[in-house]
Design a protein around this ligand. Structure first.
Ligand SMILES: [Zn+2]
Length: 328
């Protein structure tokens, strides 16, 4: 894994963000080839991860220290399980096809049936921190896709039920023939700086002393740069310009793409929008460098008696934005 990404370098193989570095060839040309998909779905070399209640199956570690693995099962292992019929073709790697299959939410797959005792269905946000990065990225794809289907069962044009198509990458309306495709919602997340200080905020109910980069959804008809300036101004009344792109992070909770940016503040007086933030402050570079170092070490979240500033852990792009700035 890379330790540093500059504004000039965006090498796919070195992406620093959790949920980046998906190793699969998505082979989108195969999605419309129903016979190829059906053949691969039965192929004993194919790998299928079951998802239950939007949680992927995670297998316990085999050798101590290796860490857990994503629950990649063979077709024969899952065919007797209580699947809903919602299956997504994720892509291919080394000649093997990868799928995700939804398990009926009313079933108890950890306790009974063919998946009993294999592992645990685990929230992806927590699992991502301990899984191999490639698996975390594939599961982000799987989770976002299954979630999209769960939320888009009806046609947005005519209101009739829609049907899964193209190996999971489309929903088609048999009533009005409208086609619906998976969505990704762009979110800007930005670190505004002014000399040796950076602007961070915290939301209501966050752990004590925890601060992060400001963020918000890009609106229709808006550029990334405009969204950065608007969100910073709405949340803190600080004006920014000179927006530069850092990296992006898939964030499947439920379907965002976090677009990490830096921006230069041209004003410093803070007036917080109390709806979104409970506080925002300018922090010194030295304090943020220490907070980044502490967050990278992991461990417990700050408690009410903690005196030190905390920033999010490395799996959050906010951490990477702060880290890149303090190291610049
Ligand atoms: Zn329709």
């Amino acid at each position: 894994m890379a330790t540093k990404t500059t504004h000039e370098t965006h090498d796919l193989a070195r992406a620093i963000n959790t949920f980046a570095n998906n190793p699969l060839d998505r082979a989108s040309d195969k999605r419309t080839d129903a016979s190829w998909i059906a053949e691969k779905r039965k192929d004993p070399t194919s790998l299928i991860v079951p998802m239950w209640d939007l949680k992927p199956l995670i297998l316990p570690e085999i050798n101590e220290g290796d860490g857990p693995d994503a629950g990649w099962l063979r077709p024969a292992d899952i065919d007797e399980a209580a699947t809903t019929g919602l299956e997504i073709f994720l892509g291919v790697k080394n000649g093997k096809a990868f799928f995700a299959a939804e398990i009926d939410k009313t079933a108890k797959p950890e306790a009974e049936g063919p998946l009993k005792g294999l592992g645990e269905f685990t929230e992806l946000r927590g699992a991502a921190a301990i899984l191999p990065s490639g698996d975390a990225a594939i599961l982000a794809q799987a989770k976002a896709m299954i979630d999209w289907h769960a939320r888009h069962g009806f046609c947005a044009v005519c209101g009739e039920p829609t049907q899964i198509a193209e190996a999971g990458y489309k929903r088609a309306c048999p009533s009005c023939n409208a086609e619906h495709f998976p969505r990704t919602d762009p979110v800007v997340i930005m670190l505004a700086t002014n000399g040796d200080k950076a602007l961070l905020g915290r939301g209501p109910g966050w752990p004590d002393k925890m601060y992060s980069a400001l963020a918000g959804f890009v609106e229709p008809g808006e550029t990334i740069e405009e969204a950065v300036a608007r969100e910073v101004f709405e949340e803190t009344a600080v004006r920014v310009s000179d927006v530069t792109y850092h990296t992006t992070q898939p964030w499947p909770f439920p379907s965002s793409l976090m677009i990490g940016c830096h921006a230069v503040a041209s004003s410093t007086e803070i007036t917080i929008d109390g709806n979104e933030l409970s506080d925002a402050q300018w922090f010194d570079k030295a304090d943020l460098a220490e907070a980044v170092e502490q967050a990278a070490k992991g461990g417990r979240l700050p408690g009410p008696k903690s005196a030190a500033l905390w920033v999010p852990p490395p799996m959050a792009i906010a951490h990477q934005l702060v880290k890149a700035w303090v190291e610049s």
